[in-house]
Design a protein around this ligand. Structure first.
Ligand SMILES: *Cc1c(COP(=O)(O)O)cnc(C)c1O
Length: 390
């Protein structure tokens, strides 16, 4: 209704609008939600337990999968379970969703903004090493644009400096790393997001994969107000009436309704993966030699790309002009991301030149399983024309 009236007030785009990202849900998800609604147990119960088991089986992981309300909650609880607290510092790349930063400050710790590598947008460990202090407790790397490169270097870095690693794998559910391992089969604490537009969705939602019994217990308790061992009770459809609480907890659990959606989506991941990967490879092939555009250095084999950012480096135009012209042509774009160290809450006294440059140049092109090759060809043609000064 309101969407229609907004549409009518604007000049009609010449072609049907293609969104930059989109939830892909259908009758199976609707049926799954209906089933939970009919069962009548909407909160956290056996459906969530089943989703956790499905994820663990899909990944083939020895770690414990703990589902929570959002990817942001997953990051916050993972940090909390690692003992990150007030007075601690966490190294984080500036080029990420503000969720990574807010999850850190939610624990009382301080995000320490690091620069990123120009070719990938991934955290620059050289820069990070300059920002270590005796208070540095953890590093929070982001698999930017689903790129899982550099995990072994991260592990060596963390080991050398005695840091916990909380991986922001919000972009990389279902992706493999350079060694061929699925993300979530090894590491320290790995965090996924299942929000509406990620590789799979549970409506909203997230998960932590934990590789230590201590972290698992702390995350399980902390997602349910710190009530000790409440998870076991809920999975047998009972409640704790007599309990103890020793730690700060939150209402960050997942509901059965969300889990039901997530379980269907997990079964569709192969379909989504194929669509996303082939779109990303087609963009890469067709934009590689276009003057004025720089691509990130990403090998899409083994990845399920969540976004497709490119850099606008044309002399005659800017990213914002390109965005507005693509929008007029009916193609929505995104900015992933505004560097966080420029935001008021996270302002740094130092510059991060690469993140700042990428923050000006990056534009994300439509990428989701609903984009057709025909639409993609139109986007590529429009973009090529714009950067050529057409
Ligand atoms: C989506 C996202 C998150 C947060 O996930 P939510 O489920 O939206 O809370 C964190 N980090 C990155 C990089 C993301 O893209």
């Amino acid at each position: 209704m309101s969407e229609n009236s907004v549409q009518a007030a604007k000049p009609k785009p010449s072609v049907t609008a293609v969104r930059v990202s989109k939830s892909i849900v259908g009758q199976d998800e609707i049926d799954a939600v209906s089933r939970v609604m009919s069962d009548g147990f909407l909160g956290m119960g056996t459906e969530v337990q089943a989703f956790e088991a499905d994820i663990a089986r899909f990944l083939g992981t020895d770690g414990d999968v703990i589902c929570v309300s959002t990817g942001t909650a997953a990051l916050q609880l993972a940090l909390q379970s690692a003992g990150v607290t007030t007075g601690d510092e966490v190294l984080v790349p500036s080029l990420t969703y503000v969720a990574s930063y807010q999850a850190i400050t939610a624990t009382g710790a301080t995000p320490v903004s690091c620069d990123v590598r120009e070719d990938t947008g991934l955290i620059d460990l050289e820069d990070a090493s300059q920002r270590l202090t005796p208070r540095t407790r953890a590093i929070l790397p982001v698999h930017y644009a689903s790129n899982t490169a550099g995990r072994s270097e991260l592990k060596s870095f963390a080991k050398a400096h005695d840091l916990r690693i909380v991986e922001d794998a919000a972009h990389s559910f279902g992706c493999r790393d350079a060694d061929g391992n699925l993300i979530g089969t090894d590491g320290d604490l790995v965090c996924f997001s299942f929000d509406g537009i990620k590789n799979i969705t549970s409506g909203e939602g997230g998960a932590v994969v934990s590789f230590s019994a201590e972290s698992t217990a702390r995350i399980q308790d902390a997602r349910l107000l710190g009530v000790e061992k409440d998870t076991e009770k809920r999975y047998s459809n009972s409640r704790s009436w007599n309990f103890d609480v020793v730690e700060q907890g939150w209402r960050y659990h997942m509901s059965n309704i969300m889990a039901a959606i997530g379980r269907v989506q997990l079964g569709r991941l192969a379909e989504f993966a194929e669509a996303r990967r082939s779109l990303a490879k087609r963009y890469q092939d067709r934009l590689r030699d276009v003057a004025g555009i720089e691509l990130l250095n990403i090998d899409y084999d083994g990845l399920i790309p969540h976004i497709f950012p490119v850099r606008i480096v044309a002399s005659g135009t800017t990213r914002d002009v390109v965005a507005s012209e693509l929008s007029s042509a009916g193609f929505q774009t995104g900015i992933h991301y505004m560097p966080n160290h420029l935001l008021s809450k996270f302002k740094t006294p130092y510059a991060l030149p690469v993140a700042e440059r990428l923050g000006q140049e990056l534009i994300s092109l439509p990428l989701h399983p609903g984009v057709t090759f025909e639409e993609q060809d139109q986007i590529i043609a429009a973009l090529t024309d714009i950067v050529a000064g057409g």
